[in-house]
Ligand binder design. Structure first.
Ligand SMILES: [Zn+2]
Length: 558
């Protein structure tokens, strides 16, 4: 099936809240992809051995805090797929792009409620927006039986026949090798799979053949790499990853580093081993000149990694990360990991920050921001708060970012503004909420028209329509829910949502049900109004926009 592709010039930039202002200027039209039809899974040579359970090695849980480890181990051991990854990275030179080569031993657990005859992997970096970047999957064996992956969706999907009908909860070992190339500053990857020669930073997310997202009652997600929003959609797994690089390179990664060894390759190289506990992905950043500062909050060490010269921005980033964990753990439930990395990265084409498990990218161009005085709000701070809140919504509780982008983005963008109420008071909240949620939505509503908040990410007609719907109207909608059920029920609902769906993927109905359980209210009509319909001109008038702007101006002049 042929795929139509957007031109590079029309790629929207919707990641992290900072993207919005740049996006409003773009107004690019987006080509909608068609969905892949039935896939050829190939023919296996023999039937592989299957096992009843996944990996129960407690060492895989070393990244969890002492307080959370036992309960999470008890709840998940043996139920999650597990990746052992060994990768060697050859940094870019004047003549060659960054290259890597590795092997994976995957213990795949069928997470669905029905037998599966194939495992489906994503090779995101084969999408043309990653420039010269690519990932190749080789030497695949299922339970020791060779298998040939079948590529589809512009080589971003690799389907591997299992040679058996793997029952729910059963496991099979899939081993494979892979290699890849990373482009220098590819125009379309937002800095997620990039080497930046100017900063000397290698940033790698979804850099290995990763299992595609799948939910208990649905098929594998094999959508073309999303045009709007975050492309990664994956299930929570366990990772044990060893990265070998020249010794001077420093590495910030998901999880905690459990082992460092030098010299085993006979060259001046260091092997860094990380384990993550339950995690949706494994992301790392490598840079020969990266520095770090850190601070403890509860049982978690928050680390701010930065390039020399950006000490003051790194301090602001660290303070914002610590404050976010400190303010929100009592409301949302603990951040259960021992480390949280906030990493300065040259994120690209308008993206300001990007969330990954236990690690976020913060755009290097924001580190030089001048200090502000409350109630004015720091953009760099709001960016960190937004990305750290994603550790709960996207990280712990997943959502299908292809189908319901607002579910994490709108919620996180609203909670980001609520941080200002918790930390600085009502005036700072008003500045953040008006400037980053309500005014941008109302400008679009009265300038262009309304949008449906809960709508497939790539089905919006324009990039800006997606951003307005997911980030601005989505945030205003969650504000309306909070107003309707009150503070206590709102946060009680979110606490239930995290507790019930941690390490799983939740639907919008699941989220609404948590608010309903916490409040005792039937929220059907309210939910439909804000998330499924286009009633903006009933809920607001142009006079509201004028009043919002006057109030914001007065607050900033005070
Ligand atoms: Zn976000």
């Amino acid at each position: 099936m042929s795929q139509s592709r957007p031109s590079k010039a029309s790629i929207p930039l919707a990641r992290g809240l900072a993207t919005m202002l740049a996006l409003m200027a773009l107004m690019a039209s987006v080509t909608t992809y068609r969905t892949e039809a039935a896939r050829d899974v190939g023919t296996p040579a023999a039937t592989p051995a299957v096992q009843r359970n996944g990996d129960t090695n407690p060492d895989l849980y070393a990244a969890l805090t002492p307080n959370s480890r036992d309960a999470i181990y008890a709840a998940t051991a043996g139920t999650l797929s597990r990746y052992y990854v060994d990768v060697a990275v050859a940094p870019a030179t004047a003549d060659a792009l960054t290259a890597f080569r590795g092997t994976i031993d995957l213990l795949f657990v069928n997470p669905t409620d029905r037998p599966l005859n194939a495992a489906v992997f994503r090779l995101y970096a084969n999408d043309p927006r990653y420039g010269d970047g690519e990932i190749v999957m080789r030497d695949v064996e299922v339970g020791g039986v060779p298998a040939t992956p079948v590529l589809s969706v512009a080589d971003t999907v690799a389907t591997v026949a299992l040679g058996t009908a793997l029952a729910p909860g059963e496991t099979v070992t899939v081993t494979y090798s892979f290699d890849g190339t990373v482009a220098n500053d590819p125009a379309g990857s937002y800095g997620m799979f990039t080497y930046s020669p100017s900063s000397g930073t290698l940033a790698l997310a979804h850099w290995y053949p990763i299992l595609a997202g799948i939910e208990p009652d649905q098929d594998w997600n094999v959508e073309p790499v999303s045009v709007n929003g975050d492309p990664i959609y994956s299930n929570t797994s366990l990772y044990d990853v060893t990265i070998t690089m020249p010794a001077e390179w420093k590495i910030a990664a998901s999880g905690v580093e459990t082992d460092v060894s030098t010299g085993s390759t006979g060259r001046d190289e260091t092997a860094h081993r990380f384990v993550t506990g339950p995690s949706r992905d494994f992301t790392f950043v490598a840079d020969a000149t990266l520095d770090r500062i850190s601070r403890r909050v509860g049982e978690t060490e928050v680390v701010s990694w930065y390039n020399p010269g950006d000490e003051s921005g790194a301090g602001a980033v660290l303070a914002a990360g610590v404050a976010t964990v400190d303010e929100y753990e009592p409301l949302l439930g603990d951040y259960p990991y021992a480390q949280l990395d906030l990493v300065e990265v040259s994120v690209g084409n308008g993206a300001a920050g990007i969330e990954f498990p236990q690690l976020v990218f913060i755009g290097g161009s924001y580190y030089a921001e001048a200090p502000v005085t409350p109630p004015d709000t720091s953009y760099l701070e709001s960016l960190v708060v937004h990305e750290v809140l994603h550790q709960w919504f996207y990280g712990l509780v997943g959502n299908d970012q292809y189908a319901h982008g607002f579910q994490d983005e709108g919620l996180v963008n609203y909670l980001m503004t609520s941080f200002y109420r918790l930390h600085y008071g009502e005036d700072a909240f008003a500045v953040a909420y008006l400037s980053q949620n309500e005014i941008p939505y109302l400008r679009y509503l009265f300038g262009t028209g309304d949008v449906v908040t809960d709508y497939p990410t790539d089905d919006y007609g324009t990039a800006s329509a997606y951003v307005v719907a997911a980030y601005y109207k989505g945030a205003v909608a969650f504000g309306a829910v909070r107003e309707a059920i009150g503070d206590e029920a709102f946060f009680d609902g979110l606490h239930r949502y995290v507790a019930e769906f941690r390490f799983a993927v939740a639907t919008p109905d699941d989220l609404r049900a948590c608010f309903e359980a916490a409040s005792g209210d039937d929220l059907d009509a309210l939910w439909a109004n804000w998330f499924d319909e286009e009633n903006g001109t009933v809920d607001f008038t142009p006079a509201d926009l004028d009043a919002d702007q006057q109030r914001l101006d007065a607050l900033l002049a005070s």
